[in-house]
Design a protein around this ligand. Structure first.
Ligand code: XMP
Length: 511
C-alpha cells in the first residue's frame, strides 16, 4: 500500500484521463485513477488529499450520464473539475449547464482573474477548449474566474470549500499554463508536499520486498523490454541471487538484442540469468502461418511452454515477478473498447508454474516513471529509453509467412533505420520506429541487371498513448539516407516505402 499523499482522479471517460494523472505525478504527487462508478467508501479508502474530475463525452443532463456520489463534496478536501467534470460539479451543486449551438474546439485566448489556481500565470493566455455544453450559471457560493470570447464561464471557484472548475483542458500541452495551474491546485490550494519520488519508491520497495521474501526463491520472465528489465533489477537489488530470470530468446528479437540482454543482465548486473535459445522451435511452429492473430497465439502459447519447462528445472519457486504497469490496470470510466489486436504479451502469466504469489513492483507506475526508476537503478540509458517492442516481436513485422531468410533481411534493414534515426537525433522525438518486410516483391535495376526483390516499409509514429498516433515527419534527407543504405547494404531489397498513415485508421504495427 502506498503511504504517500494521494490524489484521486475520478474518470468520466475523457480521452485525456491518463494525462491528468501523469501531470499530477510529474509534480511529485501520487495519484490513482478510479472509474466514476466507484463507491464513496472505495474513494475514501485511498485517504485522498484532493479529488480531480476528468472530462468525458457526455452531457450532464442526459439520461444515464456518468455521475459521482455526491458525498465527495462532503469529504472536506479540495475538488478540481475539468471540462465535463466542471460541468458536473456545477450541475450537482445547483448551477446551470446548457447545450451550446456549436462545439468549441481548439486553442483560443482566455482571460484569467485573480485566483490561487492562476497564481504566477499571465492574465491573458491561451487554452485548449473541447466542449459542446456550457456552464451558464455557477452554483451559489461560486465566482467566475476566467472567460473566453465564446465561453462566459471558463473557470469558477468556491474558495471557502476549495472547489474549482475549469472548462478547458489544463492537462494538455496546448494549454501553456496548464501544468503550472495543476501545480497551483496541488501545492497552493491543497497544500501538498510533493512527496512522490522514484528514489524513495525504489528504497521502500526494496526494503519491503526483502522482508517479505526472506530466503525464498523468486522467478522472473525477462524480455529485455523496459518493464521486465526494471522489475528484474529491482528484485535483484532486494534479494540478489535468490532471483532467477528466464530469458526466452525466440529468435524474433531485433538484431543483436539477445546478446545485449545477456551482456547487461548476466555480466553487468550479475543476475542469475537463463537464456533459452529456441529460434528453431518457434520458427517451426510458425512455418507457413500468415494470419497475424494466429502468429500471436502460437508465440504466446509457445512462450509459456518454454518458460514452464525451464521453471520446472529450477523447482518450486515462491514468487513470480510480473512487469505489469499502471496503464495496464487502470479501469476506464466507460471502458468498452473493441479488440483490434489480441496483444498477446510474451511475458504473460504462465498458468501452470508452481508459485505462491505474484509480485508486481511496477503496478503503480506510469511508463515514464518506470524509465525514471530504471535510470535511478543504474540500468543503461539506451535500455531505459528503449521504444516499445511487441511481445510477438518481428513476427508481426514480417508480413506473410516467416522464414529465417526474410527475418534476417528485416533485422538488417531495421537496424539501419534505427541507427540513422539515432544519428539524426530523432530517437526521443519519435516514439516508435521500425522496418517491416512486406510480402511483395517488385522489379528493380541494380548495375546493369534486373532485380526482383522485397519491398521494405518504414514505419515511424509520434504518440503519447499508442492508442492514436501521427506518422512522423522525418526529414527527407534522413529518409533518403536510410533508403540508400538499406538497398545498398541489405541483399534482396530493392525498394523502400515510407508509411504515411496515422492511427487511426491504420494501426502502428502492420499486423
Ligand atoms: P497497434 O499496432 O495496435 O500497436 O497500433 C499499439 C502498440 O502496441 C504494440 N503491440 C503489441 N504489444 N503484443 C504486445 O506486447 C502485441 O501483440 C502487440 N501488437 C502491437 C505496438 O508495438 C504499439 O506500441
Amino acid at each position: 500500500m502506498i503511504q504517500n499523499e494521494t490524489v484521486v482522479v475520478i474518470d468520466f471517460g475523457g480521452q485525456y484521463n491518463q494525462l491528468i494523472a501523469r501531470r499530477v505525478r510529474e509534480a511529485n504527487v501520487y495519484c490513482v485513477v478510479l472509474p466514476y462508478s466507484k463507491s464513496i467508501e472505495e474513494i475514501k479508502s485511498y485517504n485522498p488529499k484532493a479529488i480531480i474530475f476528468t472530462g468525458g463525452p457526455n452531457s450532464v443532463y442526459d439520461q444515464g450520464s456518468p455521475i459521482v456520489d455526491k458525498a465527495v463534496f462532503e469529504l472536506g478536501i479540495p475538488v478540481l473539475g475539468i471540462c465535463y467534470g466542471a460541468q458536473l460539479m456545477s450541475h450537482m451543486l445547483g448551477g446551470t449547464v446548457e447545450k451550446a449551438s456549436t462545439r468549441e474546439y481548439g486553442v483560443i485566448p482566455v482571460s484569467l482573474s485573480e485566483s490561487l489556481l492562476f497564481k504566477g500565470i499571465d492574465t491573458e493566455s491561451e487554452c485548449l477548449m473541447s466542449h459542446t455544453d456550457k456552464i451558464i450559471e455557477v452554483p451559489n457560493g461560486f465566482e467566475v474566474v476566467a472567460h473566453t470570447g465564446n465561453c462566459p464561464v471558463a473557470a469558477f471557484q468556491n474558495t471557502e470549500k476549495d472547489f474549482y472548475g475549469v472548462q478547458f483542458h489544463p492537462e494538455v500541452n496546448h494549454t501553456p499554463f496548464g501544468s503550472k495551474m495543476i501545480r497551483n491546485f496541488l501545492f497552493e490550494i491543497c497544500g501538498l508536499k510533493g512527496d512522490w519520488t522514484m528514489a524513495d519508491y525504489a528504497k521502500n520497495f526494496i526494503d519491503s520486498a526483502r522482508e517479505k521474501i526472506g530466503d525464498k526463491k523468486v522467478l522472473c520472465a525477462l524480455s529485455g523490454g523496459v518493464d521486465s528489465s526494471v522489475a528484474a533489477v529491482l528484485l535483484h537489488k532486494a534479494v540478489g541471487k535468490q532471483l532467477t530470470c528466464i530469458f526466452v530468446d525466440h529468435g524474433l528479437l531485433r538484431k543483436n538484442e539477445g546478446d545485449e540482454v545477456e551482456e547487461i543482465f548476466s555480466k553487468q548486473f550479475d543476475i542469475n540469468l537463463i537464456r533459452v535459445n529456441c529460434e528453431d522451435r518457434f520458427l517451426g511452429k510458425l512455418a507457413d502461418v500468415t494470419d497475424p492473430e494466429k502468429k500471436r497465439k502460437i508465440i504466446g502459447e509457445e512462450f509459456i511452454r518454454v518458460f514452464e519447462e525451464e521453471a520446472k528445472k529450477i523447482g518450486t519457486v515462491d514468487y513470480l515477478v510480473q512487469g505489469t504497469i499502471y496503464p495496464d490496470v487502470i479501469e476506464s470510466g466507460t471502458g468498452d473498447a473493441s479488440v483490434i489486436k489480441s496483444h498477446h504479451n510474451v511475458g504473460g502469466l504462465p498458468d501452470y508454474v508452481d508459485f505462491k504469489e505474484i509480485i508486481e513492483p511496477l503496478r503503480n507506475l506510469f511508463k515514464d516513471e518506470v524509465r525514471e526508476l530504471g535510470a535511478e537503478l543504474g540500468i543503461p540509458h539506451h535500455l531505459v529509453w528503449r521504444q516499445p517492442f511487441p511481445g510477438p516481436g518481428l513476427a508481426v513485422r514480417c508480413i506473410g509467412a516467416i522464414t529465417k531468410d526474410r527475418l534476417e533481411i528485416l533485422k538488417d534493414a531495421d537496424y539501419i533505420f534505427r541507427e540513422e534515426i539515432a544519428n539524426a537525433g530523432l530517437d526521443r522525438e519519435i516514439n516508435q520506429y521500425f522496418a517491416v518486410i512486406t510480402d511483395m516483391r517488385s522489379v528493380g535495376v541494380m548495375g546493369d541487371g534486373r532485380t526482383y526483390d522485397y519491398t521494405i516499409a518504414l514505419r515511424a509514429v509520434t504518440t503519447t498513448d499508442f492508442m492514436t498516433g501521427e506518422w512522423a515527419r522525418i526529414p527527407y534527407e534522413v529518409l533518403e539516407k536510410v533508403s540508400r543504405r538499406i538497398v545498398n547494404e541489405v541483399k534482396h531489397v530493392n525498394r523502400i516505402v515510407y508509411d504515411i498513415t496515422s492511427k487511426p485508421p491504420a494501426t502502428i504495427e502492420w499486423e
